[in-house]
Design a protein around this ligand. Structure first.
Ligand SMILES: *[C@@H]1O[C@H](CO)[C@@H](O)[C@H](O)[C@H]1NC(C)=O
Ligand SMILES: *[C@@H]1O[C@H](CO)[C@@H](O)[C@H](O)[C@H]1NC(C)=O
Ligand SMILES: *[C@@H]1O[C@H](CO)[C@@H](O)[C@H](O)[C@H]1NC(C)=O
Length: 363
């Protein structure tokens, strides 16, 4: 039984890999694609950092062609599936190991345990928080300027790229929801905290705009009250309502921010991806409240225990470890971000329409 299930999974992985190849004849829908965020999007930036927030060991990557790479899931993450949907021939490489002309197609800056706030996730060790990700992007821009001749050409190139940003989960999970380590919940009400995060986030998005971004998708937060780690902490098998309420405050302010950015920067297009509702109705998975892998009970608590065999039926689990979705959940969520199923999935447009928006900079 064990052997056969594994073979079926391997065959389906090969099939998907072939499928990817045949899909990507011709140029991608955008010439370049940049990724900012946390462990939901990280593909190896933490591998050489001093941190416990790493995923470059088995059983992470068990369904990924190259095995464990630093992706916090069994297979591909949302950044990978989006690269496939856009028609790229390869996944966007991590900033930590990218240089030369491949920078022109995009870079992934995402870092596990990173937040909008500098201090989020600090108890786990080093992390590339949003401010540092934007500084790394400036390094990329100067390298692109070297490649293309000058900064003007570099920014013109960036005007045509897709940018996605998915950050904020760690400002809750590894900050506000850890009152024993971080002071934020003593200093702010949930509403004040969400406002403070969005204020900081909006400054970073302005920087991204000034640095040439014109097509930007902002991923809202999923139902953090329903992740296994949060339910365990509250000793319940139901979603933690107070946590989800706090998350919804953040999401609704992020959605308003998207409206403001679109008004203030008419030559750019921002869109909000409603991961909160998208992640709540992932139909094919039936195991919703426990992880697929055996998780650690000591720090980094809730991540997969190294070397342990995970569940076999990874296609029916929503969570791989106590925090992160399985590949199948990432695939379904990406499909809806790219091509919305319900009007509530995105605001105002899905990624498919975002990238077809003509900016004045398009040639
Ligand atoms: C990347 O390439 C640039 C030249 O384009 C060079 O100055 C820089 O040192 C390189 N960085 C790394 C990390 O290799
Ligand atoms: C966050 O860190 C950056 C350096 O990466 C620093 O310039 C900035 O002032 C810090 N922000 C806060 C709010 O502490
Ligand atoms: C930048 O490079 C482009 C293409 O090589 C050139 O047309 C343009 O004049 C340059 N701009 C500046 C400010 O040097």
């Amino acid at each position: 039984m064990a052997c056969c299930a594994k073979i079926i999974l391997t065959i389906s992985t090969i099939f998907l890999a072939l499928n990817f190849k045949t899909l990507v004849e011709g140029a991608p829908e955008v010439p370049c694609y940049f990724i900012f965020g946390d462990s939901l999007l990280d593909n190896g930036n933490n591998n050489d950092l001093q941190t416990k927030a790493k995923a470059n060991y088995a059983p992470y990557g068990i369904d990924f062609p190259n095995g464990p790479t630093g992706r916090f899931t069994n297979g591909r993450n949302t950044a990978d599936f989006l690269a496939e949907r856009l028609g790229f021939e390869h996944y966007i490489p991590p900033f930590a190991s990218t240089n030369g002309s491949e920078l022109l197609e995009g870079v992934n800056y995402a870092s596990g345990s990173a937040g909008i706030r500098n201090d989020s996730g600090s108890h786990l060790g080093d992390r590339i928080y949003l401010d540092r990700q934007l500084k790394n992007h400036k390094v990329t821009i100067s390298r692109i300027a070297d490649l293309l001749g000058n900064t003007t050409s570099a920014k013109k190139h960036l005007n045509k790229c897709l940018f996605i940003v998915g950050i904020g989960s760690n400002d809750y999970i590894n900050n506000y929801l850890m009152p024993e380590i971080y002071p934020s919940s003593h200093l702010y009400t949930p509403n004040e905290y969400a406002t403070a995060l969005i204020t900081q986030y909006s400054q970073h998005l302005r920087t991204l705009y000034e640095d040439g971004a014109r097509k930007v998708a902002l991923f809202g937060l999923g139902q953090i009250g329903c992740i296994p780690a949060e339910m365990q902490k509250h000793n319940t098998r139901r979603c933690v309502g107070s946590t989800n309420d706090a998350i919804q405050l953040f999401n609704s302010k992020l959605k308003s921010l998207v409206g403001d950015l679109n008004t203030n920067f008419p030559d750019a297009k921002f869109t909000y991806i409603n991961m909160y509702s998208i992640s709540s109705v992932i139909g094919v998975v039936s195991v919703l409240n426990r992880p697929c892998c055996k998780v650690l009970e000591t720090m980094p608590e809730g991540q997969c225990a190294p070397g342990e065999t995970p569940c076999l039926l990874r296609g029916i689990y929503l969570f791989y470890d106590n925090f992160h979705p399985t590949e199948i959940a990432n695939r379904i969520a990406t499909n809806r971000a790219y091509n919305a199923l319900l009007p509530s999935d995105v605001y105002p447009v899905d990624i498919r329409h975002l990238i077809r928006t003509n900016s004045v900079y398009d040639e």
